[in-house]
Design a protein around this ligand. Structure first.
Ligand SMILES: Cc1cc2nc3c(=O)[nH]c(=O)nc-3n(C[C@H](O)[C@H](O)[C@H](O)COP(=O)(O)OP(=O)(O)OC[C@H]3O[C@@H](n4cnc5c(N)ncnc54)[C@H](O)[C@@H]3O)c2cc1C
Length: 598
């Protein structure tokens, strides 16, 4: 099992040096989020994740959750770890002060969550969903509901879930059947079945607060007739204490490819008491608060998985002796050289490193945009941040999850046959990470959202603020010769990005299937170019540090070389995606559905 080490040095580089979090927080009025405070939180977080969460990650995978007498029991150590998580005040970091939170910026929570995810993805899903549930109630609930649910959710005594999926409806939520009937007291009675509900039941908290979409009888068909409800596992007494069992029961748990320590449940709602949040039939709009937070959460899961797999592979590659280097013996005292000398092993390690570290910058940048949405007073600045966030969220969610799965696969590969053996933990990382490409909207659906709804739906206007930022960065650094290799490529690919958009738009005007045929390649292309920008920014900071004679030269030198690898060996992959987009959809649609196989 690889030993997880919180990547504190790189987090510091990303937050403080590349994204200047100090000025960012001060400008937004988060004065208490000083650099010292951030350091203290991250080093305490590192201890907790390395010492408490990492040691139960493999046990969690092996034991999985158990389903006994209608209740889900988490693996050994999870209950105690959750208790420590709550006692440490970790759930409260960025929650509002009025509900018992510490009122710190949400980007700080995101940075801390990367550590818990890297140490134990399954565990982090329990508090992770509580955050989304709290944010949804805070944004759309009334005052009574906020008082009823938020203090306990914020302190972690209760946890949350997100209940969208039903057996016949996953992507297509308009088909949902769960019914919500108005009662005389103004509450609703919910009946229906939800499947695949993460953290749907467990033994970690006193109550579980389900955020559920359902249809009120008489509402329109499709997505226009969906309303949103909060449904507690145990009803809540007038004094706020936990009351009797509500009509929501766990039917079973799923036996999954990975994330075995997170209870993924079938939940049966049978006349369960629920409270409407937001307006009738506006449920999906409200649910977007949850879904957007969850998409950033999945991007974080992806970065964390790439990092954890990289750490395991790197340690192994330095230790494992096999064959001699092509360019001469590197370890004359040993029977063979460590495998890290072989170019192909380096290719895999550097691929992982560019995904983890580049992904960390993209993710942290998104988290700062969320801070701006929450705390900025200037509406014009807020609007720019929201537009960038709308463009980059599907890219981060889908591109990073696809690349994280690749990174974890390289992790297995670097170990050779040993990577396929459970005790090393590399195959667990790969199994646990596949879900990131699936939940919160599959890669295909994120790609349609990006290309169809956001890019073509706005005639490309959604690009403007981010394109301007990239162009300004290129302009500012044009005269720096050390940056030219990065900037010339970045400008070339950025130009091609907008040309490709025009190409797809033109094709789609005569055949709408062209959008679906191009969308995933378009998303991947967008991802490679976006990450190129963040790698160029990282290189710039590292080059400046080297020029000013930093005493951490090895770190910055490695950063510049990793950026070079990204531009040499990762960014050109975008060319293949561009070629696929240009070839169009015709070969995909030529075969009749019945003729795929005989
Ligand atoms: C471990 C796990 C945890 C989960 N946690 C939760 C949770 O907490 N809450 C919750 O509500 N749900 C949860 N889900 C459900 C998850 O969000 C859905 O599985 C996901 O949204 C996809 O839905 P589906 O499985 O029904 O696939 P489908 O919608 O049936 O899709 C099947 C395939 O068809 C493709 N497809 C569908 N429509 C289109 C289209 N229009 N164009 C192109 N391609 C299309 C998809 O991309 C996919 O490849 C979880 C699932 C799992 C496995």
């Amino acid at each position: 099992m690889p030993e997880y080490k919180a990547p504190l040095r790189d987090l510091k580089f990303v937050l403080e040096e590349v994204l200047d979090c100090d000025s960012h927080y001060k400008r937004l009025g988060y004065n208490e989020a000083s650099l010292d405070m951030i350091d203290a939180i991250m080093s305490e977080g590192a201890k907790f994740t390395e010492q408490v969460l990492a040691p139960i990650n493999q046990i969690g995978d092996q034991q999985g959750c158990r389903f006994e007498d209608g209740n889900v029991i988490t693996p050994d150590g999870f209950k105690e770890a959750y208790q420590q998580y709550v006692e440490g005040g970790w759930p409260t970091l960025s929650a509002p002060v009025e509900f018992g939170g510490q009122g710190l910026p949400s980007s700080l929570s995101v940075a801390f969550s990367e550590l818990t995810l890297g140490a134990n993805h399954s565990f982090t899903m329990y508090p992770g969903l509580s955050h989304g549930a709290s944010q949804t109630i805070e944004a759309h609930g009334d005052d009574t509901q906020k008082q009823m649910f938020l203090p306990k959710l914020v302190e972690g005594t209760w946890t949350g879930t997100m209940c969208l999926t039903e057996p016949h409806c996953g992507t297509d939520l308009g088909m949902l059947r769960t019914k919500a009937e108005l009662q005389n007291d103004g509450t609703y009675s919910l009946t229906g079945t939800k499947i695949f509900i993460s953290s749907g039941d467990h033994d970690l908290s006193e109550n579980i607060i389900h955020i559920v979409i359902a249809r009120i009888p008489g509402s329109p068909e499709g997505t226009k007739g969906i309303s949103l409800f909060v449904v507690p596992k145990f009803t809540i007494n007038e004094d706020g204490s936990v009351g009797e069992r509500n009509g929501v029961n766990t039917g079973s748990i799923e036996h999954k490819m990975g994330l075995n320590a997170n209870g993924t449940c079938v939940l049966n709602f049978d006349g369960a008491k629920g409270y409407l949040i937001g307006e009738v039939n506006r449920g999906l709009n409200c649910m977007f608060t949850f879904m957007n937070a969850a998409r950033i959460g999945v991007s974080n899961e992806s970065v964390a998985a790439a990092e954890a797999s990289f750490q395991g592979a790197l340690a192994y590659a330095k230790d494992r002796l096999q064959m001699r280097s092509l360019s001469g013996v590197k370890n004359p005292d040993g029977p063979a050289d460590p495998i890290i000398v072989h170019p192909d092993v380096r290719r895999m390690l550097l691929t992982q490193k560019t995904i983890a570290e580049g992904g960390r910058v993209l993710l942290s940048y998104l988290a700062q945009l969320v801070d701006i949405e929450v705390a900025e007073k200037d509406e014009a600045i807020k609007k720019i941040a929201s537009t960038k966030l709308a463009l980059l969220t599907p890219i981060a969610k889908a591109f990073l999850s696809e690349l994280a799965f690749e990174a974890t696969s390289h992790g297995v590969q670097v170990f050779g046959g040993h990577g396929f053996i459970k005790e090393w933990g590399m195959e667990q990382l790969m199994r646990d990470t596949k879900i990131c490409c699936l939940y919160e909207g599959t890669t295909g659906i994120q790609a349609l959202d990006l290309l169809g709804r956001k890019v073509l739906g706005t005639q490309g206007k959604i690009f403007e603020p981010f394109s301007k930022e990239v162009a300004d960065f290129c302009q500012e650094n044009m005269n720096n010769p050390e940056m030219s290799e990065f900037l010339s490529a970045l400008m070339l690919y950025s130009r091609e990005w907008s040309e490709l958009t025009a190409t797809v738009g033109k094709k789609a005007s005569t055949n709408p299937d062209e959008i679906g045929g191009a969308s995933v390649d378009y998303l991947m292309y967008s991802g490679y170019v976006t990450l190129a920008y963040f790698w160029a920014k990282s290189a710039k900071v590292a080059l400046d540090k080297l020029a000013s004679g930093s005493d951490d030269e090895r770190f910055y030198r490695a950063k510049v070389n990793t950026a070079k690898f990204y531009f040499d060996r990762m960014l050109p992959r975008a060319k293949g995606h561009a070629a696929c987009i240009e070839r169009g959809v015709s070969s995909m649609m030529a075969i009749e559905s019945d003729d795929f196989s005989f």
